[in-house]
Design a protein. Structure first.
Length: 354
């Protein structure tokens, strides 16, 4: 059945083991993030096989899919108060920035006789989640330390996700000294100081992460071998772990300029086209609900991606050396958001290759 995505587990194991090795060389542990692949258990297992022993996901439902997996499980988005019961069932750790929610977690954990670990998030400038008032964070740490069913596990930060503020040496030092202050305030050393995501790898490789920061939460780099500051591929990693196959349902020579009066697209933009004469165009049975055209590239270099609607993908195959027929398969190499959509589309079959 098409469309389908071929998932190369060995390439993921390879990437995870290279990146985790680099992190270990800088005294950083890795939490492997599975939100891009909807908490896929086989991919999480590939992380574990590569020596990563903590798994993070932004959705409790995804962590629930990993029930049988022998790993410490982190919810990496602040939990909803409405989900704390499921949270304590499926996650060992969560990233938090609201004391009221942590209170609710404490109660839910007590109700089922569990302990839950809490990491307090500091916002260091990206303006997404986390305390911007660090005194408030310190007070929260003190309160959490007094709770019986939650344990203050450490602190963390997240950058380069909303405002695309980059991690730097100063921000890492700020985080480490905040961790120090938290430890002093509660009278013991907290275990985890989590310095960010795949955007922090470049800084790490330049030796810019100070002592005291001891963890990174990594998704994109483990799956695609890509760090997110310079958007470079790391040496020895693979960027082709996910190949999407789609089927040609129409193949015709057509003019490259549309005809008639042009309107606006669903975002309110007026599209424009270049007259390249008649071109051989393929329509594939794939659409925006299955992938993201901007983060996918055809493996056949002679194919140009023209665009996609919800259920149709338009390709220009004039320059391809292959002669395609209706019913033939076109392969696309998937990047981050294309993979995210493919894993969340029920229409896309998943095929695992070991
Ligand atoms: C998504 C996410 C990550 C992982 O980000 P990558 O860039 O894929 O490594 C880490 N931490 C948090 C809080 C996230 O939301």
């Amino acid at each position: 059945m098409y469309p389908r995505v071929r998932i190369y587990l060995e390439r993921i194991r390879n990437n995870a083991s290279i990146v985790a090795g680099l992190c270990a060389g800088h005294a950083l542990s890795v939490t492997g993030v599975t939100k891009v692949v909807r908490g896929d258990p086989k991919i999480a297992q590939a992380f574990l096989d590569a020596g990563v022993n903590k798994i993070g996901d932004s959705r409790v439902e995804n962590l629930a899919r990993l029930k049988g997996l022998d790993a410490e499980k982190w919810l990496i988005r602040p939990p909803m108060r409405s989900e704390v019961a499921a949270l304590v069932e499926h996650a060992d750790v969560s990233l938090n920035s609201e004391l009221a929610t942590i209170d609710a977690i404490n109660e839910a954990a007590g109700a089922c006789g569990k302990k839950h670990k809490v990491i307090l998030m500091a916002d260091l400038g990206d303006i997404r989640e986390g305390y911007v008032d660090y005194d408030e964070l310190l007070k929260a740490a003190e309160q959490v330390e007094r709770m019986t069913n939650v344990e203050l596990y450490g602190i963390g930060t997240n950058l380069t996700c909303f405002s695309f503020i980059q991690p730097d040496e100063r921000k890492m030092q700020q985080l480490a000294s905040l961790a120090q202050r938290v430890s002093e305030r509660v009278g013991r050393e907290v275990s985890v100081v989590s310095g960010g995501n795949s955007a922090t790898l470049d800084l790490m490789l330049r030796g810019g992460i100070c002592e005291g920061v001891n963890n990174l939460r990594l998704g994109e780099s483990l799956l695609f071998g890509k760090e997110r500051a310079q958007y470079r591929f790391l040496p020895g990693t693979c960027n082709d772990a996910f190949i999407l196959e789609c089927e040609i349902v129409e193949l015709k020579e057509k003019p490259s300029l549309p005809w008639g009066q042009i309107g606006v697209d669903s975002y309110g933009n007026r599209p424009s086209f270049e007259d390249r004469g008649k071109r051989l165009r393929a329509v594939c049975a794939l659409g925006k609900q299955d992938f993201d055209a901007e983060t996918a590239v055809p493996l056949d270099e002679g194919i140009a991606m023209l665009g996609a609607s919800s259920d149709h993908l338009m390709l220009d195959i004039t320059d391809s050396k292959r002669s395609y027929q209706v019913g033939d398969i076109v392969e696309l190499k998937l990047g981050y958001f294309a993979t995210l959509r493919a894993f969340n589309s029920e229409y896309v079959e998943k095929v695992y290759i070991d």
